[in-house]
Design a binder for this molecule. Structure first.
Ligand code: ZN
Length: 488
């Protein structure tokens, strides 16, 4: 069936106290005849239709009629409401204006219906990457570390990267470090194509830690001043309880939806060996207290067993990497309801110019197989992401990482992690979660219409996800079609 474009767009003017609001282009998409992987259940829903009104999934049924008018609940079907206004979520587009008419009112109106015939293909939720640095992924390292570029270069590369990422089917990312705040704003408002973002803002470590990119000889650092990349929210250092409190509050003020600290050494950092512990218990607790006061959580970069354990004991709710966590520590994490956020990284993925970083990289690789097997066995909450850094050329490995999970998980388990499970981690941000109109990572009525149509069944062949350019024939985010090679 050809895509049916139709009919009338009726522009309705709402008159209310002092406001005249244009509700334009009320878009309705009807996806016909798809087998649905809902993100949660292994069993496909076969031969269903999905009705999308504006940005939400309105109805999932067999044989939804192609009609030119639909009953649209103005509240759920249309204009976005923003509970809990949040500085960096304010957008400039007209339909963000909070409506002042009765939200329960039902209106009957003529709408454009965009019909897409799935012809028995698989429809699944948009992918979610639990560890994707929007502003580091596409930026070459010398721009940042050797100051060979500045923030506008980072922003330009990152907004281009965000569109590419969306076209790989990743409709949402948790951004565990960097400054994607303006990019998020422009994507959320629909002005630029890209993925949703839950930003941690600048990732934070103590002086000498993973986030310390100050000159080695500039010691002691004059704490009255931040360096260029700190001022631009890409990284942050803080020392002592009072400064940890201050910087955590700053980062929350920028609009972070969770706080990322570093409690152990890292590969890309300048000064810290992998085995070290960063931040004292009182400093970790200070960050956790500030985040908790803001009704969100702290996640932490750390590899060693000791570092993972003490972080979790001090209130950290998600561990990034944690490749050397012992079985006992993973059990403790499970007891506390904490998460481990893993990356199926391989030696060939990255080459480091700095021999120290290369040696550290080789060391962490050794923990990968162990940690996936043990975390699965223990049953701790597992999230997965790419943690891609510094290369536009290899950013498409993001898709391959999903396929790599096949080493430890069935295709169903892997896709569940990359959709509803990663979405469950994002919900730890509570009221700071920026997308409150419905759930992410699932195909169900009331959920956000973030959808991928796959040519084939990824539950039988996970490799299909590794080549999105060929196999993802339709990609929708927030109810808007960004790719459709079926109908043309
Ligand atoms: Zn990272």
């Amino acid at each position: 069936m050809k895509k049916l474009r139709s009919m009338l767009t009726v522009v309705i003017l709402f008159f209310a106290t002092g406001f005249i609001v244009n509700a334009q282009n009320e878009e309705v998409t009807l996806i016909k005849n798809v087998n649905i992987f809902d993100g949660v259940n292994e069993q496909l829903l076969e031969g269903y239709d999905v009705l999308v009104v504006k940005n939400l999934i309105k109805k999932i049924e067999k044989d939804i009629k192609i009609a030119k008018s639909y009953e649209i609940d103005v509240k759920t079907g249309g204009l976005k409401e923003r509970p809990g206004g949040y500085l960096n979520d304010f957008s400039t587009s007209g339909d963000q204006v909070v409506m002042v008419y009765e939200p329960e009112k039902n209106e009957k109106k003529e709408v454009n219906v965009n019909v897409i015939d799935g012809a028995g293909r698989t429809l699944m939720p948009g992918l979610i990457d639990a560890h994707w640095h929007t502003t580091y992924a596409y930026t070459p390292a010398p721009v940042l570390f050797l100051n060979q570029g500045d923030m506008p270069e980072v922003a330009i590369r990152s907004i281009t990267g965000a569109e590419e990422t969306l076209l790989r089917g990743f409709t949402t990312v948790r951004d565990p470090g960097g400054n994607p705040f303006a990019i998020k704003k422009l994507i959320d408002s629909g002005e630029y194509p890209g993925h949703r973002i839950l930003p941690s803002g600048p990732f934070m470590s103590p002086n000498s830690g993973h986030a310390d990119y100050n000159d080695r000889l500039d010691t002691p650092k004059d704490k009255r001043f931040l360096n260029y990349w700190e001022r631009n929210m890409m990284a942050m250092t803080s020392d002592g309880v009072a400064e940890v409190q201050l910087r955590t509050r700053d980062i929350l003020k920028y609009g972070a939806t969770q706080i990322k600290i570093c409690t152990g050494g890292g590969v890309a950092s300048l000064y810290d060996p992998l085995d070290v512990s960063e931040y004292s218990a009182s400093e970790v607790k200070a960050a956790v207290e500030e985040a908790t006061n803001y009704n969100t959580y702290v996640h932490s970069h750390v590899y060693t067993d000791e570092g993972v354990r003490s972080s979790v004991e001090n209130g950290v709710m998600c561990i990034e990497h944690g490749f050397f966590a012992s079985e006992a520590t993973l059990k403790l994490m499970k007891e506390k309801g904490a998460w481990i956020s893993l990356q199926p990284v391989a030696l060939e993925d990255m080459k480091w110019d700095d021999p120290i970083s290369q040696a550290k990289f080789e060391q962490i690789i050794e923990g990968i197989d162990y940690v996936f097997r043990t975390a699965k066995k223990v049953g701790v909450n597992i999230a997965v992401g790419k943690d891609h850094l510094f290369s536009a050329e290899t950013a498409d490995q993001q898709s391959e990482y999903v396929v790599r999970l096949g080493k430890w998980f069935t295709p169903y388990e892997a896709l569940k992690i990359y959709t509803s499970e990663n979405a469950r981690l994002l919900e730890m941000s509570g009221p700071r979660h920026p997308y409150q109109e419905g759930p992410l990572g699932v195909v169900k009525e009331g959920a956000y219409a973030d959808l991928i149509m796959v040519d084939g069944n990824p539950l039988e062949n996970l490799e299909l996800v590794g080549n999105p350019a060929k196999n993802f024939v339709m990609i929708m985010k927030d109810g808007k079609v960004y790719k459709n090679t079926i109908s043309e």
